[in-house]
Design a protein around this ligand. Structure first.
Ligand code: ZN
Length: 660
């Protein structure tokens, strides 16, 4: 168990706008902040962050909660690990043993082991480069020769792998990691496919390589890129970690963890091809740079970048491979609604060699001068010198049209069609038709893909009905199922949810001269013995009640900070804010604001809860009546029924008056 004091401390030192701001570029909007939601493909800055309340909320996809909820969702961590993540980030100590590994779900446990392994490897490789004989005599001089200084080695945590086949494997085991963990982390691989994951069948993934750790946006090691420096070898020059439970290549960008602030400040990012380009540009003071690390640029990467800037300039080699790669990336970037420019380097140069030879200011001048949009780029590449070749012209126009069709914004499409028409001297009408053809093709293809996906989903059978997943060791207890209470416990209980919402919103408001809302609600629940029974809410009410009994205070802060209520708190608190504002402006005189209505709302929600409870009791009583054997039992049941009926009438009458 992590002590509540530690959790409170983190709440106190980790402002929500800072925690969310690590991942999302936030802009002030009145008392709140706004930004692109990282949990869905957002175009309208749907995410709102409230510094005063400590909550975030997306008005489009509905995700919301406190700082820990954000980290859990974003990093895919369990609650205890999200706490640890922020504790580390803000240098708050959690003692060994306070995080109970048994609390973690299996998947989180595996991931945590993998992360630990990778961090161990990073440190080990880094020390080897800086302290071992090999490092000092061979590898570091190599880096120095390529213009990489110590400061840059430290900044990117560049390291050196082992030189024997199982160097890291041995070191890992010596330091307490299992072979399975080292294998899951992609640090070792099987020698022979049939041999299983046992020590004798494994060898290091990186041997005799300079290694560049690949960090995720928040600075955790996910894997490595390794460069060989020996020339007389058949091994590939670059080698990357395989995909693992923590490393999905299509979602990551090399260099983003160190460059994100600079990207935000400059509102522009350079996309380069290799690790060395990122490292070398950084050392020369050009820090807003990332690399897609060898893979094709993906939609996910575009979305990730978009959180920090909309302006991207690709810096690629001017050779055929570089040009083709940049053309491929353009469409993806345009499709993500990014403003794309491309600057090609002279054929035998890349950004790394260029900046090393000619210096930062000449580099910046070159990029500014050579940057062109995709229309200029495609025209230059396809047409070359033959400006009037009609066949090449048609080919060029078609290629540009294909890219324009990827743009989601109709205004931008129109502007680019216009530019193309005048550049190629082609009537706009024809280009519009061509773009529309591609758009139609794209749509058809998307539909085909969707159909294929849904067919596949069908083949996998219908979604399992509510209840334990298949394979779960579960024996239904039918005796338990007979009571309506148990039936209710499994259903979503709207009355209970509504009452909890009232409690979150108004707990510390005055109800009458003697008590506040929380006190009133708890008294009613106690007196009438109608404590919530559903699995979802019963514990929440009990916990809040005992907190209130102990502290004699209960307010929205409690619900924001509580792990099991923070989502609901974010929902109701952000809604109240946006609603009441609109109400005041538009309906001030017609509708009473919730400020005036809250007491009615509380009473009403309690009444509905009571009603629900009475109906539950009536059902129970009905069942008893059906199995009653003696005259006396039947009498009792009938009496109970009459009483309940009377009680129900009282409540419904009350509900009616309140409505009027
Ligand atoms: Zn969203």
């Amino acid at each position: 168990m992590i002590p509540p004091a530690v959790i409170d401390k983190i709440f106190d030192v980790a402002p929500i706008e800072e925690v969310v701001g690590e991942y999302v570029s936030l802009k002030r909007a009145g008392a709140n902040y706004k930004g692109l939601c990282p949990f869905h493909d957002d175009k309208n800055a749907s995410m709102s962050v409230s510094p005063t309340k400590g909550i975030y909320k997306c008005f489009s996809c509905g995700k919301g909660g406190n700082i820990f909820q954000f980290i859990m969702e974003h990093e895919g961590l369990s609650y205890p690990l999200a706490i640890k993540h922020l504790a580390d980030r803000y240098n708050i100590e959690i003692e060994e043993g306070q995080i109970d590994v048994n609390e973690l779900k299996e998947e989180a446990r595996v991931k945590e082991g993998v992360y630990a392994c990778l961090e161990f490897a990073r440190k080990h490789f880094y020390e080897r480069l800086n302290e071992s004989q090999d490092g000092k005599v061979i590898y570091k001089p190599y880096l120095t020769e390529r213009g990489i200084n110590q400061q840059t080695i430290d900044k990117f945590s560049i390291g050196l792998s082992g030189t024997q086949k199982n160097h890291l494997l041995q070191e890992g085991i010596k330091n307490g990691y299992t072979v399975q963990q080292l294998y899951d982390a992609g640090l070792v691989k099987k020698i022979n496919d049939d041999g299983g994951i046992v020590e004798g069948n494994l060898r290091d993934t990186f041997i005799e390589r300079i290694v560049f750790p690949i960090f995720n946006v928040s600075g955790r090691v996910l894997g490595f890129g390794g460069r060989i420096i020996k020339k007389d070898t058949k091994a590939p020059k670059y080698l990357n970690s395989p995909e693992t439970v923590v490393y999905e290549k299509r979602k990551e960008l090399y260099g983003l963890s160190v460059s994100k602030n600079d990207i935000r400040v400059k509102d522009e990012v350079y996309l380069v091809e290799g690790y060395m380009d990122v490292v070398s540009l950084n050392q020369s003071g050009v820090e807003n740079v990332v690399a897609a690390s060898g893979t094709a640029f993906t939609e996910e990467q575009a979305r990730l970048l978009k959180r920090f800037t909309h302006n991207i300039t690709m810096l690629f080699d001017g050779d055929t491979a570089g040009v083709n790669a940049s053309l491929k990336h353009v469409k993806t970037l345009l499709g993500a609604d990014l403003n794309v420019k491309v600057a090609l380097f002279p054929e035998d140069e890349d950004p790394d060699s260029f900046i090393q030879k000619r210096g930062t200011s000449e580099f910046e001048n070159y990029v500014a001068q050579k940057s062109q949009n995709f229309i200029q780029l495609i025209t230059e590449v396809k047409m070359g010198e033959s400006k009037n070749d009609p066949i090449k012209k048609a080919e060029t126009a078609r290629n540009i049209a294909e890219n324009i069709a990827a743009l989601p914004d109709p205004l931008k499409r129109a502007a680019f069609i216009n530019e193309t028409a005048s550049l190629l001297e082609i009537p706009e009408r024809i280009l519009v038709d061509e773009v529309n053809k591609f758009k139609l093709d794209n749509r058809k293809q998307k539909e085909r893909e969707q159909r294929r996906e849904s067919r596949m989903a069908e083949q996998q059978g219908p979604p399992a009905p509510d209840g334990p997943p298949a394979g779960f060791d579960y024996v239904p207890d039918y005796t338990d199922f007979k009571t309506p209470e148990a039936l209710l416990a499994n259903k979503k209980n709207h009355q209970e949810e509504d009452l909890l919402k009232s409690l979150i919103l108004y707990a510390d408001r005055e109800f009458d001269e003697e008590q506040n809302v929380a006190q009133f609600i708890f008294n009613e629940l106690e007196e009438d013995e109608i404590w919530p029974v559903s699995e979802e809410f019963a514990a929440i009410f009990k916990e809040a009640y005992s907190y209130w009994q102990e502290h004699k205070v209960l307010n929205e802060l409690y619900f924001i900070r509580n792990a099991s209520t923070c989502k609901l708190a974010a929902e109701v608190l952000s809604r109240r804010h946006s609603l009441s504002k609109g109400w005041e402006e538009n309906f001030e005189k017609i509708v009473k604001t919730d400020e005036d209505n809250y007491k009615h709302e509380v009473v009403q929600n309690l009444n509905y809860l009571k009603l629900n409870h009475i109906e539950m009791l009536m059902k129970e009583n009905q069942e008893k009546l059906q199995v009653a054997e003696t005259e006396e039992d039947i009498m009792i049941c009938q009496n109970v029924h009459a009483n309940l009926q009377e009680f129900r009438k009282k409540i419904t009458d009350q509900i009616g008056t309140v409505i009027l």
